[in-house]
Design a protein. Structure first.
Length: 128
């Protein structure tokens, strides 16, 4: 099992991944980090959970737009029952499925991190 250390909004996180997927996970994390940095620039520090939620929604919107664009192009340009077209379509769908799985794993991990952070904030408030 591979592992990478990513940094989002100045915080480091250790993320497990399949062997050989470390570079790919780093690219995804860098894309997420860029989105978070853009949101911080535009909105300031609005909280870790909110930043990650907003970045995730923006990236999901991008993915949705790309799927719609690919579907529209496929309908217009792909010949009916073309084996090459079907193979390309299968490859695109597999790529989408893989990205969706990675986002699902990241989302689950981020939920744990956010829950931990929210618990830490409550402890600080209780200690005061």
């Amino acid at each position: 099992m591979g592992q990478v250390r990513i940094t989002l909004n100045g915080r480091g996180y250790d993320i497990a991944c399949d062997d050989g997927q470390e570079e790919h996970v780093m690219r995804l994390a860098n894309a997420l980090s860029e989105r978070v940095n853009q949101l911080v620039t535009a909105n300031g520090q609005v909280g870790e959970a909110r930043l990650l939620l907003m970045a995730g929604l923006l990236m999901a919107d991008d993915l949705h737009s790309e799927r719609a664009k690919s579907a529209a192009e496929g309908v217009v340009s792909a010949p009916a029952s073309s084996e090459a077209g079907e193979g390309a379509s299968d490859a695109v769908q597999q790529a989408y499925d893989y990205v969706a799985d990675v986002f699902e794993q990241l989302s689950s991990r981020l939920e744990v991190v956010v829950s931990t952070l929210e618990g830490s904030d409550e402890d600080v408030v209780k200690d005061d």
